[in-house]
Design a protein around this ligand. Structure first.
Ligand SMILES: Nc1nc2c(ncn2[C@@H]2O[C@H](COP(=O)(O)OP(=O)(O)OP(=O)(O)O)[C@@H](O)[C@H]2O)c(=O)[nH]1
Ligand SMILES: [Mg+2]
Length: 358
């Protein structure tokens, strides 16, 4: 899963990327050109730490999420559309972390002359909406040509449905609304696949502020998506401290948990992902990532395609129950290991043992 870090120039994207990935990319350098950096990190999860303590495995594997620092968006290409390579990169993302500047820093002048986070938010949103509109209109033109040429033997009704659907999207976008708020039927999802419309992708807003600055609420920002306010530069400095120093520092500032951890978790939620676990005493504790709503069979496929093929059943227990009971043997004795079939909907925090034959 890949999350793109986007925002206007000098908003703090690379600082955030460094914070999230323990990276050391140079900051404060704006070439204005497309610059992409990628790093994969572990999703912090206290449950995995607990499982590790109980099972004492040789190996512990956390769930992963990939962050991509995307420099080069400047809010000026709304009329002509984004450049091809930039658009390609953006299309590949599963979602975005949108950094908006709230911090004052006389050494870093804002290109628009003043610091105004809500204006900047609107600028980028408009850019995405207009780019989507350009795409949707191109699609409509193609569909129109297709119809004039007799639909290439395609079912007339299907073509009509597609035209009606993209017309509806165009209307929403023309009203200046992102597609993020819309829900689509399975049929519509199919029509959308391959288009990668930007305003449709889930987005998390990070307000990059100075310490002690008043926070912006989602109501104030008039956004339906998640919003988190954090002093990104301070967070980067904390992240770069050693473990002990960071703890001291956080105590001094009364910080309970680095916003960073919360941010990683939020980005995981944002993508509609959940974790399930496998645990083999002495061997491996593993957090796996699946979409919310995935079945036991799909979960098996995550682990290995052979396990999916040979799936017999899953033994399931929730993390909380397993911990309360103290282990698999105790759980089995108490009759708490449920036997589930292929269609079982895996819940966040389920610990699974999949029985299969090859
Ligand atoms: N005071 C203050 N300065 C910050 C903060 N975050 C970033 N900066 C400064 O702002 C400048 C730009 O930060 P970057 O992280 O490079 O911003 P960017 O969005 O990656 O910039 P481009 O890639 O050039 O678009 C740097 O000089 C940072 O030190 C902050 O929270 N407080
Ligand atoms: Mg940068």
């Amino acid at each position: 899963m890949e999350l793109g870090i986007i925002g206007l120039p000098q908003s703090g994207k690379t600082t955030l990327f460094n914070t999230l990935t323990q990276g050391k990319l140079p900051i404060g350098i704006s070439s204005g050109k497309l610059a992409v950096h990628t790093a994969m990190i572990d999703v912090p999860d206290a449950r995995v730490d607990t499982l590790e303590k109980i099972f004492e495995p040789k190996k512990t594997v956390y769930a992963k999420v990939t962050y991509v620092d995307i420099g080069g968006l400047d809010g000026a290409s709304a009329k002509t559309g984004l450049s091809g390579p930039l658009l390609n990169t953006l299309h590949q993302m599963d979602g975005f972390i949108h950094v908006i500047r709230h911090f004052e820093n006389p050494l870093v002048p804002h290109s628009a002359g003043s610091v105004d986070p809500l204006r900047d938010l609107a600028t980028m949103e408009t850019e995405f909406i207009l780019n989507d509109l350009i795409q949707v209109e191109r699609k409509l033109t193609r569909l129109d040509e297709e119809r004039q040429r007799g639909g290439y033997g395609r079912d007339k009704a299907a073509l009509g449905r597609e035209q009606a659907f993209f017309t509806r999207l165009a209307e929403t976008l023309t009203r200046g609304l992102p597609l993020r708020g819309e829900t689509f039927s399975a049929d519509e999802e199919k029509m959308l696949s391959g288009h990668g419309l930007l305003s449709r992708k889930p987005q998390l807003i990070v307000v990059n502020q100075s310490e002690g600055q008043a926070q912006i609420s989602p109501e104030e920002a008039k956004v339906l998506t998640k919003l988190i306010c954090m002093p990104v530069k301070l967070e980067m400095e904390i992240a770069q401290l050693g473990h002990e120093d960071a703890a001291l520092f956080m105590e001094e500032y009364g910080i309970q948990e680095p916003s960073l951890n919360r941010l990683v978790r939020l980005s995981y939620e944002l993508l509609g992902l959940i974790s399930f676990f496998t645990a083999f005493g002495g061997k491996e504790v593993h957090a796996w990532t699946i979409k919310r709503g995935a079945t036991a069979l799909e979960a098996a496929g995550k682990i290995h395609s052979d396990i999916e093929k040979g799936f017999i059943r899953a033994e399931v227990i929730s993390f909380d129950e397993l911990i309360a009971l103290g282990g698999f043997a105790e759980a089995r004795q108490a009759g708490k290991l449920r036997l589930e079939g292929k269609g079982y909907l895996v819940q966040d925090g389920d610990v699974l043992t999949i029985r299969f034959n090859l």
